[in-house]
Structure formats: structure tokens, C-alpha cells
Design a protein around this ligand. Structure first.
Ligand code: 13P
Length: 341
């Protein structure tokens, strides 16, 4: 199979109009924070147990076509000794891998950040592929303040995403390009729209420049919402602002847009995705790549108690199924009280 055929096959397995992506790629620091919120210590065994619980939820593959894993998880096994990427693949879920190495300040752009990890990336990708990964994720982060993101922040972060995506495609790994504009702050929805549009426009300019094939990548953006210190906007309004900015900045060649949840609550993220899919026909599939919004209820149900495994899986399946319905615009709040499955 040529590299392009390999990329095309992965896109075909991941983009089918009815499923999204589970982000379970929390770094060591982030998973420790999530576990701490439910009183669980972040040991390797707890992480293995929890993540194999998620991946083996019966029927998850009906609603989820891909899972983003952390490097450690790629090498872990379930209780019966099956490698976790294989557990996912057996369930019809394509395993992927977060490949960035976290972020730090961007010199020359006070308040902005930049992500690390390009050195040796091609070699790392070859190893991840041997462990079963077929797609990758890289996240750049953009804070909003009166001065941020700076013009340098916008161009430097776009350049990183494009270089990462080009390396991935040359290795036959589908890149998920994630420019996350943070919700933190008291900015208006208009300001969020303006920043997101500028960020996406610059990212696609860089992707073109680096020869990234848009048909063979996925975009993982933020939704356009007011800052987290402001009152929530209704789903209809989030959908209108998000769609307008996407239509201006994201080429129709991109097969799927898989939103991050970025601090939206689980029900909020589902309602917003539903509103987006109820709007006029979009040229791309509008789907999810949620971390917290898919996992929060499952994490709470588990809370470190092995006896709660089934309840935790049911909680995950419920969110996955409701987001699958939201992809068809068929979600309603009334379904929240209905059973999972
Ligand atoms: P959230 O949906 O929790 O924002 O996580 C998605 C993700 O992968 C962030 O990088």
C-alpha cells in the first residue's frame, strides 16, 4: 500500500458520518489532576485499569471510530494480556497517539505559548505505528487576552502544526491538527469568533505552504463560545458563530471537523454539537473528539472502585451515544434521562 492509500484507508475508517473520537490521551500531569478530582492516586496500574475499562466498553465502536492514546497506554495491556491498541482495533476503533510533548512560553510573544516535540518525530512515529497507531494528534494552545494571541503567536503556532502534519503524512499517519483557543477569561463570543477565524485562516495558510494534503487530515478546533467567566451562550448562538467562522476559514477539502470540548460540560458539548448539525448543510462532517465531555461521568462513576467498572462503562456509552445522535442533529435534552446503550 502506498503512503497515500494508507492515509486514505485510515480516513475512511474514521469518517463515516456517524461516529467521533474519544480523547483519552491526558499527559501524566493532566491525568493526575483528573484522578485527584475523584480521589484516585495516579499510579501506572490505575491508569491502565481506567483506560482499559474505557476501551473495552461493549459497543463503544458503534459511536466512536478513533481513540487518542497517551504514549504509555500504547504499551499497556488489558487483564487478559491483549495490548490496549489491539483492544481498540478489535472493537472497530482506530488507535491514535498524542505526539506533542507539551508546551511552554513562546519567547518574543508575552502571554503566548508554543508546543514542543518536532525533533525526532518521524522516528517516533515509526515506532508508534509498530504499536498500532494509525493517526496522531498535536495541540497548539492560544490564550485570549486583550493582547493575545499576538501576531507572532498566531503564525508560530500555525507553523508548528503544519510541520507536524507534514511529517505525519510522510510517514503514513493521519494528522489531527488541534489549534485550541482557550475558553479561559471574560471575552465575548464575538472576540472568540474573531480569534478562532484568524487562527484557522493562518493554520490553513501554513498547511498549504507545507504541502499538507487537506483531504488526508482532520481538524480539531474549539467551538466559538464566550469566555468561561461569562454567561453561557445558547447552543443556537454557539452554532451560528462557529459555523460562520469555519465557513470563512476552513477549506471544504477537509473531510471532518472533530471539536474538542475544552471545559464545556458534557451535556453542553453535546447540545452545541447537535445545534451545529441542525444548521444548514456543512461541507465537512461535524463530529467530536472530546476528552472531558466524554469521560467525566465515567470517571466519577469509577472513582477508583474496581466494582464500579460496569457503571463507568455505561456512563461512557451514554455520552458516546448521545454525541453520535448529535452528529445527526437528533439529540434532545429529554434523552439525558433515558438509559444508555
Ligand atoms: P477536552 O475535550 O477535554 O478539551 O480534551 C480534548 C483534547 O484532546 C485536548 O487536547
Amino acid at each position: 500500500m502506498s503512503v497515500n492509500e494508507e492515509l486514505q484507508a485510515t480516513i475512511a475508517d474514521m469518517v463515516d458520518g456517524r461516529r467521533g473520537v474519544l480523547a483519552a490521551d491526558e499527559s501524566s500531569g493532566t491525568i493526575a489532576k483528573r484522578f485527584q478530582s475523584v480521589g484516585v492516586e495516579s499510579t501506572e496500574e490505575h491508569r491502565r485499569f481506567y483506560r482499559s475499562l474505557l476501551l473495552s466498553a461493549e459497543g463503544l465502536g458503534q459511536y466512536v471510530s478513533g481513540v487518542i492514546l497517551f504514549e504509555e497506554t500504547l504499551g499497556q495491556k488489558d487483564d487478559s494480556g491483549t495490548p490496549l491498541p489491539e483492544v481498540a482495533a478489535n472493537a472497530g476503533i482506530v488507535p491514535g497517539i498524542k505526539v506533542d510533548k507539551g508546551k511552554g512560553p513562546l519567547p518574543g510573544a508575552p502571554g503566548d505559548m508554543i508546543t514542543y516535540g518536532l525533533d525526532g518525530l518521524a522516528e517516533r512515529l515509526r515506532g508508534y505505528k509498530e504499536q498500532g497507531a494509525r493517526f496522531a494528534k498535536w495541540r497548539e494552545v492560544y490564550p485570549i487576552s486583550p493582547a493575545n494571541p499576538t501576531p507572532l503567536g498566531v503564525t508560530a503556532n500555525a507553523e508548528m502544526l503544519a510541520r507536524y502534519a507534514a511529517v505525519c503524512q510522510s510517514c503514513g499517519v493521519v494528522p489531527i491538527v488541534e489549534p485550541e483557543v482557550l475558553m479561559d477569561g471574560d471575552h465575548s463570543i464575538e472576540r472568540s469568533a474573531e480569534v478562532n477565524e484568524q487562527v484557522w485562516e493562518t493554520v490553513f495558510h501554513a498547511l498549504h505552504h507545507h504541502g499538507v494534503v487537506l483531504e488526508l487530515m482532520l481538524l480539531k478546533p474549539s467551538m466559538v463560545t464566550p469566555g468561561s467567566e461569562c454567561a453561557k451562550a445558547p447552543p443556537q448562538q454557539v452554532a451560528e458563530y462557529t459555523m460562520r467562522a469555519l465557513r470563512r476559514a476552513v477549506p471544504a477539502a477537509v473531510p471532518s471537523i472533530n471539536f474538542l470540548s475544552g471545559g464545556q460540560g458534557p451535556e453542553e458539548a453535546t447540545a452545541n454539537l447537535n445545534a451545529l448539525n441542525q444548521m444548514w448543510q456543512a461541507p465537512w462532517q461535524l463530529s467530536f473528539s472530546y476528552g472531558r465531555a466524554l469521560q467525566e461521568p465515567a470517571l466519577h462513576a469509577w472513582s477508583g472502585d474496581t466494582g464500579q467498572r460496569h457503571q463507568a462503562q455505561e456512563a461512557l456509552l451514554k455520552r458516546a451515544r448521545l454525541n453520535h445522535l448529535a452528529m445527526q442533529g437528533d439529540y434532545s435534552e429529554g434523552l439525558e434521562s433515558a438509559a444508555a446503550g
